[in-house]
Design a protein around this ligand. Structure first.
Ligand SMILES: Nc1nc2c(ncn2[C@@H]2O[C@H](COP(=O)(O)OP(=O)(O)OP(=O)(O)O)[C@@H](O)[C@H]2O)c(=O)[nH]1
Ligand SMILES: C[C@H](OP(=O)(O)O)C(=O)O
Length: 219
């Protein structure tokens, strides 16, 4: 399955500014991207990075510096179907396509396989992020398009309903955890096993369980 992985190269992860310098945010974002790509490949997906600028990677990269929603919709609109001249198959269907965000530092092959399987039963299967975002989805319906930011999970459910697409939510802690804010770094230290967790530990981050919800401290 083709798996589009959007990646912002310029000023990534601005909401982590209080915890990380610009250069650190670039390094950490890249570590998360590499973890996500490893998991996608191990789950049987063919990743294609949709980046705002060139990125040095062993996978295909499409550069599109337009805003996230515009770039993803262009990629969805350009995908090739299974036969028909307009890109759709003779029955109007398309090969499934997934969009998986590059900041899912806890993504595992098993979690992604569950998402891909959900996409076989539903026209649109979404793994919501905490706070109402859309961390990953699989779509087979040719008319499905995205509208990111805000409570995009609810918007995507509505878009699916408007085009008559079957919709499924994929309940996954690992895919539901996008790393946006300093508090999310604790999740990476607790559950992460890849480069992102290693990078954080190397940068001196540790868990702070001294009071209330577990947080992070830095040496
Ligand atoms: N291609 C592309 N990817 C983007 C763009 N903005 C964000 N992304 C990617 O989309 C995913 C979700 O990003 P967000 O968490 O909304 O934004 P972010 O830029 O990572 O972080 P903030 O600056 O803190 O909002 C991440 O994989 C980003 O790298 C964009 O304009 N174009
Ligand atoms: C891409 C966006 O991410 P957020 O801004 O919620 O992290 C969304 O999930 O709609």
């Amino acid at each position: 399955m083709e798996v589009i992985v959007p990646f912002s190269t310029d000023r990534p992860k601005s909401r982590l500014s209080d915890a990380l310098s610009p250069e650190e945010r670039r390094e950490f974002a890249r570590a998360m991207l590499d973890d996500v790509l490893d998991a996608v490949v191990a789950a049987g997906g063919d990743p294609r990075i949709l980046a705002t600028d060139a990125v040095d990677l062993d996978h295909p990269v499409t550069v599109d510096d337009r805003p996230l929603t515009t770039a993803v919709n262009a990629a969805l609109g350009a995908r090739l179907g299974t036969g028909g001249e307009d890109g759709a198959g003779i029955d109007g269907s398309l090969e499934p396509v997934a969009v998986v965000m590059a900041d899912l530092a806890l993504a595992t092959p098993a979690a992604l396989r569950r998402l891909f399987e959900a996409g076989r039963d539903a026209d649109v299967a979404v793994a919501p992020g905490r706070g109402g975002g859309t961390n990953a989805f699989v779509a087979t319906h040719p008319e499905f398009r995205v509208d990111y930011h805000g409570a995009s999970y609810l918007d995507h459910r509505e878009i699916a309903a408007e085009i008559g697409a079957d919709f499924a939510a994929v309940d996954s802690h690992r895919l539901g955890t996008d790393v946006d804010e300093p508090a999310d770094l604790a999740e990476v230290l607790i559950h992460g096993e890849g480069r992102a967790a290693t990078w954080l530990r190397g940068a001196g981050f540790a868990l702070d369980a001294s009071e209330g919800r577990v947080a992070v401290t830095r040496e």
